[in-house]
Structures are given as structure tokens and as C-alpha cells.
Design a protein around this ligand. Structure first.
Ligand code: AMP
Length: 308
């Protein structure tokens, strides 16, 4: 079975959307990526750090989805990373209200020995030096290294970010961040500039407007499923990345053609994530539900046209 290493935050989130507000609930990039990737038959391990305030129930929840948590360090007298965000009425944009790094400030990631030869490494959102630290521990070059990041790290650790970006095959990034990273407004030009920074594949996520995959002058576009209920977009980007990475790890085919299908899986999983607050919808997702939604996706995007 393929092995997948996931690094990212395991966090407390407090979220406010036009539909409601939560106190500290389970969140974090590695959490969403792990839950999403757990829908594929791969061995996955999360590498992260939490404080002594992090409930055992949350760790159990990850373990129950078959995510190896040996690489999640627990600092007994430390506090877990905390993020708080408020969504605007369009639900496509948000303001970060609080980012408390806490234990993340002095995090030295440790990839479990049995995962140091993993096929796929998913570098989820956290400090780029930590992302590089994970790559450095791999005893064999992964078949695929994917990196996700956000404006926060561009603002405070751009040099570290540019240096880890050089070492990955795929970057997944949202449209605003792609513009910030490249200094270009056009996403096509932005993707080209980001290619030049290292990654052969660039995925630009556009929230409810889907995702674009760029490679060698080719572009593939997958819309997001139009949904009746969108309660909380938090984690949608990470869930997308988890589905993308999980599918590729499962199939072991890292071609552009297969990445198109991976983008569809990523979008499908993200469509579930936004239907409930936090990780709730991702905790008990079944294969049957995923299959049904993939089918909806197919009919949404398929059409016949005769080009003469
Ligand atoms: P997304 O909505 O996909 O961008 O991911 C939201 C998740 O990212 C939340 O669960 C947060 O805990 C986590 N998060 C927010 N800010 C950061 C940050 N600066 N670094 C790492 N993770 C973050």
C-alpha cells in the first residue's frame, strides 16, 4: 500500500460565518488533509504538534480514520495553535482575526521512521522551514511532493518559502495567494511564474469557482459543485489538497492526465467539507456518498459538441 506523509497544523479554530459562530473546535491543515485523504486506501501519517490542552478525543478521531499520529508531538505544558476567522457575506473571502502560533513557534517535525520512505509527501500549511524539515528527513526522494501555503507565510517567511517551493513537484495555492506570490494579476501568467520557481504542476484554487491545474502550457479546469448548503468554507482548501494527494498516492500514477482526476476528487471532497461547521461533515463520510457526488460532478461537466 502507498504511504502518505502529511505535515500541517493540528489546531483549535474559532469560526464565524453568516450562519453562525463556533468556539474553539478541531481544525488545522493537517487535520483536514488527513480526514480527506483517509477516504483512499493509503497508509497516512500526520506530522504536527499540539499542546497539553488538546483533547484526547480529537486525537482518537484522527486515529479512528486510520491516520497514524505517532508524528504528532504533544507538548504537555504548551498551548495548541489557535486560528480564528470571520467570513464575509459572499463566503468566498474571510478575515483572519487571530493567529496564535503557540507550540508551533518552536516546532521541530519528526517523521516516523516507517514513513521516511513514503511515496507522497503532502506539505500542508505551516512554516516553510518546517515543511523543508520534513522533506530533509525523507530517506528516499518521494515520488511526489506537494506543497500548500498561504499569505501569512508569504508575509513573514518569504525566503524560506521560496526555498522549499524549489523542491516540490506540485503547489496548491488559492487565487489571491498566487497573485501575491507571483506579483501578477492574470492567473495564467501567475502560474507560469510559479512554475519558474520550481513546481512542474501548479494548482490554483478558486473557492466556489473551482480549481485550475497548470502544467507545461496545458490547463485543466474543474468547477466546484454548486451546492444548496454552504455553512463554513474553513478547511475546503486543505480538504481539496488531501483528496488530491490521497487519490494520487492510491493510484501511484503521477501523470498530468491522472492529476486531472485527482483535481476532481479534491473538488468533490471539498464540496462535503463546506456543508457543516469545521470537520463535522468529514468525520463520517462514506464511499457511497463520495461516489454519488462524483457522478453529479460528471453530469455537471459533461457535454457533447460537434466541432466541424
Ligand atoms: P483553509 O480554509 O483550507 O485555508 O484552511 C483553514 C485551516 O488552516 C484552519 O483549520 C486553520 O487552523 C489553519 N490555518 C490558519 N492559518 C494558518 C497558518 N498561518 N498556518 C497554518 N495553518 C493555518
Amino acid at each position: 500500500m502507498s504511504k502518505l506523509v502529511i505535515v500541517g497544523t493540528v489546531a483549535f479554530d474559532a469560526i464565524e460565518t453568516p450562519f453562525g459562530k463556533t468556539d474553539k473546535i478541531l481544525g488545522g491543515a493537517a487535520t483536514y488533509i488527513g480526514l480527506s485523504a483517509s477516504n483512499f486506501n493509503v497508509d497516512s501519517a500526520a506530522v504536527s504538534i499540539v499542546g497539553g490542552d488538546f483533547p484526547q478525543d480529537y486525537l482518537d478521531l484522527l486515529e479512528n480514520r486510520n491516520i497514524d499520529i505517532e508524528g504528532i508531538e504533544i507538548v504537555k505544558d504548551g498551548k495548541t495553535f489557535f486560528w480564528s476567522g470571520k467570513y464575509h457575506n459572499d463566503m468566498n473571502s474571510r478575515d483572519t482575526l487571530v493567529t496564535e502560533l503557540n507550540v508551533l513557534e518552536h516546532f521541530n517535525p519528526k517523521v516516523p521512521e516507517s514513513y521516511q520512505d513514503a511515496d507522497v509527501v503532502m506539505l500542508g500549511n505551516l512554516h516553510p522551514a518546517v515543511q523543508q524539515g520534513v522533506l530533509d528527513q525523507m530517506t528516499k526522494k518521494p515520488k511526489l511532493a506537494i506543497l500548500d501555503t498561504m499569505n501569512f507565510w508569504m508575509d513573514i517567511a518569504l525566503d524560506d518559502l521560496l526555498s522549499v517551493i524549489k523542491n516540490v513537484d506540485v503547489i496548491t495555492i488559492n487565487d489571491e495567494e498566487a497573485r501575491q506570490l507571483s506579483g501578477e494579476y492574470s492567473l495564467v501568467v501567475a502560474a507560469r511564474k510559479i512554475h519558474e520557481m520550481g513546481p512542474k504542476y501548479v494548482v490554483i484554487k478558486k473557492g466556489e469557482h473551482g480549481a485550475l491545474l497548470f502544467h507545461n502550457g496545458n490547463v485543466f479546469y474543474a468547477p466546484a459543485l454548486p451546492l444548496e448548503e454552504v455553512f463554513d468554507p474553513t478547511g475546503a482548501g486543505d480538504t481539496f489538497a488531501g483528496g488530491f494527494a490521497g487519490y494520487l498516492a492510491k493510484t501511484g500514477d503521477y501523470s498530468f492526465e491522472n492529476m486531472k482526476t485527482a483535481v476532481i476528487y479534491g473538488s468533490t471532497l471539498a464540496s462535503f467539507c463546506v456543508e457543516k461547521f469545521g470537520t463535522e461533515r468529514m468525520q463520517n463520510l462514506t464511499d457511497k456518498e463520495i461516489y454519488k457526488r462524483l457522478d453529479q460532478f460528471k453530469s455537471l461537466t459533461q457535454f457533447d459538441i460537434e466541432l466541424t
